[in-house]
Structures are given as C-alpha cells and as structure tokens.
Ligand binder design. Structure first.
Ligand code: NAD
Length: 271
C-alpha cells in the first residue's frame, strides 16, 4: 500500500526529540524522504538512524530555526540530497523555563532575554521556515517541477485558549494567526498552510522526563484534563501533521487543528 506522503520530500524541524522525532518516523513510514533538522545535531542523527533502521529514508541536519541562514541551508541540503522540497513541518519550539521548585513562571517573572529567545524560536523560527519553503516551492514551479507545497507548523492549544504560560501562549497564538493569514496569501500558488495545536504531551519539553519512573501516573494525570480522558501521545499529533501535509488534505488550508482530546471544544455543564 502507498503511504500518505509517498515519495514526497519533507523537512521537519525540532526532529531530535519528542513530537519532531515521532513525526520523522511516521512520515518515513508513510513513504516520505525526510530531512530531520534540529539544533542538536547528535539527536537529529539519532532520529535519522532510527528512521533508517525502520526502513525509511532520512537525512539529519543541524539547524537553528531562529537563524534564517541556517534554515535556508537546511532547505538547500534537502534539495541537494532529495532533489526538491514538498513539505516543511515547522515543529521546533521552546518555552519559558519554570521557576525551580515552584513551576510555571508568571508573566511578571519572565526575563526579557529569555522572552526574546522564546519569541525568536517559536515565532521567527516558523516565519523563516515558511519563507525558505515558499521560495523553494516557487523556484520549483518556475523550473516546471510542479507547483504548490505544504506547510505545517506546531502551534499549541495554548495558542487557542488561555492555557499555561502567558508568553508561550502568545507566541503560539502568533503561529495560529500566521497560519491563517499566510494561507490566504499563498493560496493562489497552490501552497497550503496549516498547523496542529496539541495539548500537553510527555516529551523533554519544559524539563519534563518521558522516561520517568512515574510515567504512567503522569500520563493519567494529563489525560484527566481532557474530555476524552487520554493523554496526548506525540504520535497523535504527528498523525494530524501527516494528514495536513498529505494530499488527503488537498483542499484544506488555514486550519489550526487541535489535538487535545476535546479540551478546547468547551466544557460539559448540567450534571
Ligand atoms: N510537549 C508539550 O506539552 C507541547 C504541547 C503543545 C505544543 N508543543 C510544541 O510541540 C513542539 C515540539 O515540542 P516537544 O514537546 O517535542 O519538545 P522537545 O523539547 O521534546 O523537542 C523540541 C526539539 O526542538 C529542538 N529545538 C529547540 N530549539 C531549536 C532551534 N532553535 N532550532 C532547531 N531545533 C530546536 C530541541 O533540540 C528538541 O529536539 C514545540 O513547538 C512545542 O512548543 C509541545
């Protein structure tokens, strides 16, 4: 059976861990040739090795999404190795560090330097990814290599509603709005722009430990926050990204798809 992204070339950022790693493995399972990009080159290599061991085609690259030249270089490496680019999945993201022993940092406790770093990765990192991909998609169209392309980004349920850290939520809200506005801007080029909006996942994000001895208890606690009662697995979100990147979503653009077990849909009342 053909995979959902059979033969397509995908660049996935934040590929060294968590959701990005799950996405590389899933996109490869579905036939894509994947560039696994991460600021941590060793972890990107490990992801690519896992994908190859499972029979996939993957290339690891070291890339800092907050540096436009680094993002351009990653796209260039994808084209050099695989001949073109069909999909970019802007997934890399970071959050404000928690206050030791206390947890989530309130807005007034955030330091300008760290705020700028989070904004640079979470907002500008997505912007640079979109710019680099659109330039490449347009180049390919000009060369008669087929028009269009698919952009997917990882926003968050925190970009759709008040949920956790304020500054982090604001950066993800920016990704949500960028997704809508950019989708309109590039629709006539056949380029689709969508995002996934996961609720909490047990990854290395925000200092969590997916290998914790308490893993099952933590997952149960996370699941209780969702109407469906289950924690979000990185593969749940990777599946949503795969769908949006694939031709199955060929008439879908400007969508911010929650992967949150119903959390952002509302609340049950009356009993
Ligand atoms: N885990 C959650 O609870 C959760 C919830 C909603 C949204 N998200 C979002 O999901 C995405 C993936 O996060 P995750 O949970 O897999 O976290 P993670 O920390 O496990 O993985 C993030 C990866 O991004 C990489 N990265 C960080 N800065 C980078 C940069 N400047 N350039 C390139 N790579 C960089 C890290 O090295 C790491 O490999 C992020 O955008 C995050 O904001 C996570």
């Amino acid at each position: 059976m053909e995979g959902l992204v059979q033969g397509k070339v995908a660049l996935i950022t934040g590929a060294g861990s968590g959701l990005g790693r799950a996405a590389v493995l899933l996109f490869c399972e579905h036939g894509a040739k994947v560039v696994a990009a991460d600021i941590d080159g060793d972890n990107a290599e490990e992801t690519a090795a896992l994908a190859k061991a499972a029979g996939g085609e993957a290339l690891a690259v070291t890339c800092n999404v907050a540096d436009p030249a680094s993002v351009d270089a990653a796209v260039a490496q994808a084209v050099e190795r695989f001949g073109r680019l069909d999909i970019i999945y802007n997934n890399a993201g970071i959050t404000i560090s928690p206050v030791p022993g206390k947890g989530l940092r309130s807005l007034v406790e955030c330091e300008p330097e760290e705020m700028k770093r989070v904004e640079d990765v979470n907002i500008n990192g997505v912007v640079y990814g979109c710019q680099a991909a659109i330039r490449q998609f347009e180049k390919q169209a000009g060369e008669g290599l087929g028009s269009g392309g698919a952009i997917v980004s990882t926003a968050s349920v925190a970009g759709l509603m008040g949920y956790g850290g304020v500054l982090y939520g604001a950066t993800k809200g920016a990704v949500v709005q960028l997704t809508r506005a950019l989708a309109i801007e590039v629709a006539d080029k056949g380029i689709r722009v969508n995002a996934v909006c996961p609720a909490g996942m047990l990854t290395h994000y925000a200092g969590m430990d997916p290998d914790s001895d308490n893993r099952e208890r933590i997952l149960q606690g996370m699941g209780k926050a969702h109407p469906l009662g289950k924690a979000i697995d990185p593969r749940d979100t990777a599946s949503a990204a795969l769908f949006l990147a694939s031709d199955l979503a060929g008439n879908i653009t400007g969508v911010n798809l929650p992967v949150d077990g119903g959390l952002s849909a509302g609340r049950k009342t009356g009993g």
